[in-house]
Design a protein around this ligand. Structure first.
Ligand SMILES: [Zn+2]
Length: 343
């Protein structure tokens, strides 16, 4: 199976002292090359998304707002989220990159893929940029798969440490997309959404699964959630394509959060999802980068992910496990299983 790889690092979408900057991915390609991780990988060049591709998810007014702010020299579009003079074009490139990767996988040139794109997307909704995100790259890829390839059932798994509120909003009333988000949750932790009772609306009810973890959940809790909830829910749904919002900010060293995952924990999740894709949809799975603000965790995490996609064994984990006890989440997972899984 060929693995596709796309790199859209958005060098000119960056702001001094902001955690979501170009520095995150600077040096990534030489790092991956040092480990021969790109050998035999199909490298896809990003193309800007077309207006038609963008407006499957975003309103004209939203696109216009970002473009106008960029043309005026940039600024804050939300307290957390900046726009530079190049951000509009670079946002189109990230979204279009995900469309190109979807084409590679659904068109048969690749079996699976990894898109390392900036700016991230999962907090952006139809008419709103927030949480470092301008355009929702994964949602745009999903709509493209539906419209162009007639894919009827898409599973989106989001395990960035923050709830994927933008993606949830886009598909909240949609029974063609099963949205699963595993994240830290408290009213005081951004975005303060993603509680167990957010289940979807109308025909979309039951097609949103939120796993709101406490801080310090760690590798075992994540593993249990994938085994007890994510896999059975996905098998019930029978996806034809899996899209993954992968954030490395759930790593225990990340400065923005405290979920407690290790690189070994990440590697388990990635390989578990690859097996799920093999069982449900011929291995068709696309990973798209969201957050991750501790550079070493991000780079090793992406290296391990690429190695898993290309079928190599092993996981590099120079950072080791969280040096603190993990929180038990068995009760939470049992409650969610009762809510979500058919007997
Ligand atoms: Zn995040």
């Amino acid at each position: 199976m060929t693995t596709a790889f796309l790199f859209a690092p958005a060098g000119e979408h960056t702001l001094a002292h902001h955690p979501e900057g170009y520095e995150r991915v600077a040096g990534l390609l030489p790092f991956l090359a040092h480990y021969q991780a790109l050998e035999g990988v199909l490298q896809i060049q990003p193309q800007p998304a077309s207006p038609a591709q963008m407006t499957r998810v975003h309103t004209h007014a939203h696109l216009q707002r970002v473009r106008t702010l960029a043309r005026l020299g940039g600024g804050r579009i939300d307290p957390d989220t900046y726009v530079t003079p190049q951000s509009y074009e670079l946002g189109l490139l990230a979204a279009g990159g995900c469309v190109a990767m979807t084409n590679a996988i659904l068109g048969g040139r690749a079996g699976n893929g990894l898109a390392v794109v900036r700016p991230p997307g999962h907090h952006a909704s139809a008419d709103r940029a927030e949480g470092f995100c301008l355009f929702n790259n994964v949602a745009i890829a999903a709509r493209h798969a539906q419209e162009v390839y007639g894919v009827e059932r898409i599973l989106i798994v989001d395990f960035d440490v923050h709830h994927g509120n933008g993606t949830q909003r886009v598909f909240y009333e949609d029974d063609c997309v099963l949205f699963v988000s595993l994240h830290l949750y408290s009213r005081f932790f951004y975005p303060g959404l993603g509680d167990t009772q957010e289940l979807g609306l109308g025909s979309g009810r039951g097609y949103t699964l939120n796993v709101p973890f406490p801080a310090g959940v760690g590798d075992h809790g994540y593993r249990q959630a994938f085994e007890l909830l994510v896999r059975p829910k996905a098998v019930q749904f029978q996806p034809q394509l899996i899209l993954v919002s992968v954030g490395f900010d759930a790593h225990w060293r990340d400065p923005l959060a405290a979920a407690g995952l290790s690189l070994t924990g990440y590697d388990f999740i990635v390989r578990y999802l690859l097996q799920l894709a093999a069982d449900c949809c011929g291995g068709k799975i696309l990973f798209v980068l969201e957050g991750g603000y501790y550079r070493e965790a991000l780079h090793y995490g992406l290296l391990n992910l690429l190695n898993a996609l290309t079928g190599r064994e092993g996981c590099l984990d120079p950072l080791g496990p969280m040096p603190a006890p993990e929180q038990d989440v068995t009760n939470l997972l049992n409650r969610l299983a009762a809510l979500h899984l058919r007997k």
